[in-house]
Design a binder for this molecule. Sequence first.
Ligand SMILES: NC(=O)c1ccc[n+]([C@@H]2O[C@H](COP(=O)([O-])OP(=O)(O)OC[C@H]3O[C@@H](n4cnc5c(N)ncnc54)[C@H](OP(=O)(O)O)[C@@H]3O)[C@@H](O)[C@H]2O)c1
Length: 345
Amino acid sequence: MTSVTSDRTTRKSACVTGGDGYIASALVKMLLEKGYAVKTTVRKSDDLEKVPHLKDLQALGPLDVFRADLEDEGSFDDAVAGCDYAFLVAAPVNPNTENPEKEVIELAVNGTLNVMRSCVRAGTVKRVVLTSSAAAVSDRPLLEGDGHVLDEESWSDVDFLRENHTIGWAYAVSKVLVEKAACAFAQEKGISLVTVCPVVVVGAAPATRVNTSVLDVLSLLSGDDERIRILELIQRASGSIAMVHVDDLCRAKIFVAEAEDEAASGRYICCSLNTTGVELARFLAAKYPQYNVKIDRFSGLPEKPRVRISSAKLVGEGFEFRYKTLDEIYDNVVDYGRALGILKY
Ligand SMILES: NC(=O)c1ccc[n+]([C@@H]2O[C@H](COP(=O)([O-])OP(=O)(O)OC[C@H]3O[C@@H](n4cnc5c(N)ncnc54)[C@H](OP(=O)(O)O)[C@@H]3O)[C@@H](O)[C@H]2O)c1
């Protein structure tokens, strides 16, 4: 552990798992800015020279970094101990594994329960906020016709995914089974659990290496055909490309964590807007003409979303999105992509 002495007793405290990752790095930053004492975990090394963004974040407030692996029972105990909130963000997200049933699905379920057992042992955690995904909501046979709205009642179809091996099937299955296992465990142990299901996440974060949605959302600018194909498959499979800014996602996670007692419960979809490849290509071509966006790349696909993923529950409980348009959502991710070397200047 790399330790920072702090006035922990006077601050609210939170554990964020997977602090070297994209979303978790943004959440750690936001919690520190809000005055929290934060503990985070990294899988490979707690040598802060190897995760420089976490070292930099220590300037914002008390941040302790622990090494923990979802595969190692009990390895999250020290990171969770004494915390008021636990934000479970770390998860296997790599689709290119040889044995997805074991390396994605089994690992995600067992790893989540592993962290939740640490929360039980800690005895201080008031609420666990689990990061699921819209992949647990919308990956199912595409609905006929237009105008569909998917809310928290919608679940991705595990049997369909396992039979058809559509893109990212194991990840989607893992998210459904993690949510269900976490919910059953929380009920059995009397833990307050809230699950957030983000759509595709966009925006700058402190992490200096990304291998996730940022590559997808910048693909039309970077010309990365493999990642453009992912956008196309998302639209073909789910009927829209739904997006949220990483700052809004982190604000939403803190919002549901801090909600009084039972005010927040169950699942919360976190989605600012639903768009399509056609709309996205037009927007990016107009705003960033220097990147030669292939404007007709999605021709033949519907111009408007056929399905909308809805955050009405979150908004209905008082949450307000700050980034609502493509222009706002893309406001800082292009500079982030340039700084990371994903995009040319
Ligand atoms: N980005 C999106 O658009 C999006 C949308 C919906 C949901 N999500 C969810 O948000 C969470 C964070 O995703 P992200 O986009 O920030 O991806 P990311 O940057 O790849 O973060 C994933 C994190 O999980 C950690 N991890 C993976 N396997 C682990 C293991 N066995 N033990 C401990 N840590 C492990 C990774 O550590 P290493 O660096 O060591 O691999 C990394 O810190 C995930 O739960 C993901 O499913 C993301």
